[in-house]
Ligand binder design. Structure first.
Ligand code: UD2
Ligand code: MN
Length: 471
């Protein structure tokens, strides 16, 4: 009988740090037109929760804000605070170049970046610095707690920390920690490996940040830099981790105080440098991205070469094996168009965040913008809505006759019979479970522009379908 006694699992409160052996840090906070209270809440929370011996300075970078309170009043206020420095860009630089300007005047061993509307939680800093001391090529994120944007109440973070992923729109997504990663960790206080980071809150050794090529300075304003940096960290030999013992709150505002339309070009830069042939999966689902002017990335490609970084395939296989990799066979993806109801396409609106399953597929005028009109016919006979992660699969319901979307099967599992379709030579789309064909109906009770429905097979043109990539 196992008489090993009950060993208590260590908790974050049990961790003790020898401050003198930890590296020092500089906290860099770039801001653009931030409110006074949230900016100062960030600064004070850093000062109050960071052990004096570990914190070299807090560098505030004003990215050319025009609000009055961020000018002289801010200077006056912080002149009374120890360790806080303020520098200003001379034109709007965007968060990448603003952060780098801040980093350039720091004196600490480790750079810790924060957004300008955060609240650091007691004990947030030590685990980050300790991990970097232990593993200098680790880039470490705190758990991001939620601060309600309208009440500013600190809600914390219920349950297990989550890790970062992305979908094929190159949008950052949150995920539960996969089982293989739970197994790899020995203790609940061990870091959690994460394929990507949200972007705003992380610590990195200054030397390692420079070795890795800091940021892509061709990225403007907001967006894309987080995935670019995440891919680069993993592909070039580092690791990206969440420390479950470090917590920082962040206000996710309902609307940013600036336009975010540069995000597309930034994402394209990331795809062009890091994703190899997998950038096509992105472009198929976002045809406008292919047309976006993204500037010159030759320096970044040289950096990749110089560092001898691994392929995107390696990253997907080893770091993000949960992601579905669409096969996108020629002629088997894009808009799913009908021959009888001309210029009408399958359309699915899954809602804002994670894919909302169970909603109905409708027919809508074909727009050629990918996204909600992008479907893919898989080798297993599924019609996949694989723009989001985890992807959805079209399901036929014999009773209602309509098509909805459910989560697809996991890899290596058989396709549920109600998700199985045969796209036949003559263009008919045969639903195996109901033995019926997909027919383009006009108006129905949910959609003024019609919907596909399962009907007895016939040679009506309304039952002929074809994929088309471009409008
Ligand atoms: C998330 C990240 C953010 C960044 C972004 C992708 C978190 C909590 N936040 O969006 O840090 O990685 O995804 O790009 O992970 N700013 C400037 N100049 C600008 C625009 C923004 O200095 O032109 C500042 C801004 O004031 C803030 C920071 O950059 O301090 C990030 O911007 P955000 O808070 O609007 O982004 P967020 O949190 O929605
Ligand atoms: Mn933010």
């Amino acid at each position: 009988m196992a008489a090993c006694g009950r060993r208590t699992r260590p908790s974050c409160n049990d961790l003790k740090y020898d401050y003198r052996s930890l590296p020092t840090t500089s906290v860099v906070i770039a801001f653009y037109n931030e409110a006074w209270s949230t900016l100062l809440r960030t600064v004070h929370s850093v000062l109050e929760t960071s052990p004096d011996i570990l914190l070299k300075e807090v560098v505030l970078v004003d990215d050319y804000s025009d609000r009055e309170h961020l000018k002289e009043p801010l200077e006056r206020y912080i002149s009374g605070l120890r360790k806080v420095r303020l520098i200003r860009t001379t034109k709007r630089e965007g968060l990448v170049r603003a952060r780098l300007l801040g980093a350039s005047i720091t004196t600490g061993d480790v750079l810790t970046f924060l957004d300008c509307h955060c609240e650091c939680h007691e004990g947030w800093l030590e685990p980050l610095l300790h991990r970097i001391k232990e593993e200098p090529s680790a880039v470490v994120c705190p758990v991001i707690d939620v601060i309600e944007w309208n009440t500013l109440q600190y809600l914390g973070n219920a349950g297990e920390p989550q890790i970062g992923g992305f979908d094929w729109r190159l949008v950052f997504t949150w995920h539960v920690v996969p089982e293989y990663e739970q197994k790899r960790r020995h203790s609940p206080t061990d870091v959690i490996r994460s394929p990507t980071m949200a972007g705003g809150l992380f610590a990195v050794s200054k030397n390692y940040f420079h070795y890795l090529g800091t940021y892509d300075t061709g990225m403007e304003v907001w967006g894309g830099e987080n995935l670019e940096f995440s891919f680069r960290i993993w592909q070039c030999g580092g690791s990206l981790e969440v420390h479950p013992c470090s917590h920082v709150g962040h206000i996710f505002p309902n609307k940013a105080p600036y336009s975010r339309n540069k995000a597309l070009a930034n994402s394209v830069r990331a795809a062009e440098v890091w994703m190899d042939e997998y950038k096509e999966i992105y472009y198929h689902r976002n045809p406008h991205a292919r047309l976006e002017a993204f500037g010159d990335v030759s320096e970044r490609r040289k950096l990749r070469e110089k560092l001898g970084c691994k392929t995107f395939r390696w990253f997907l296989d080893n770091i993000y094996p949960e992601i579905n990799i669409p096969s996108d066979r020629p002629g088997m993806f894009g808009m799913l168009k009908n021959r009888g109801k001309v210029n009408y396409c399958f359309d699915y609106n899954p809602g804002d965040e994670h894919i909302v399953v169970g909603k109905k597929i409708i027919l809508y005028p074909c727009h050629g913008m990918g996204q909600n009109q992008f479907f893919e016919y898989s080798t297993d006979g599924e019609i996949r809505y694989s723009t989001r992660e985890p992807g959805g699969c079209v399901v036929g319901d014999n009773i209602s006759t309509y098509l909805t979307v459910q989560l697809c099967k996991k890899r290596n599992q058989p396709v549920p019979v109600d998700q199985k379709f045969v796209l036949r030579e003559d263009g008919t789309l045969y639903h195996v479970a109901s033995q019926k064909c997909v027919h383009a109906l006009d108006k129905d009770k949910d959609s003024g522009s019609g919907a596909p429905s399962l009907q007895p097979c016939s040679d009506n043109l309304r039952q002929k379908w074809f994929f088309e990539e471009k409008a």
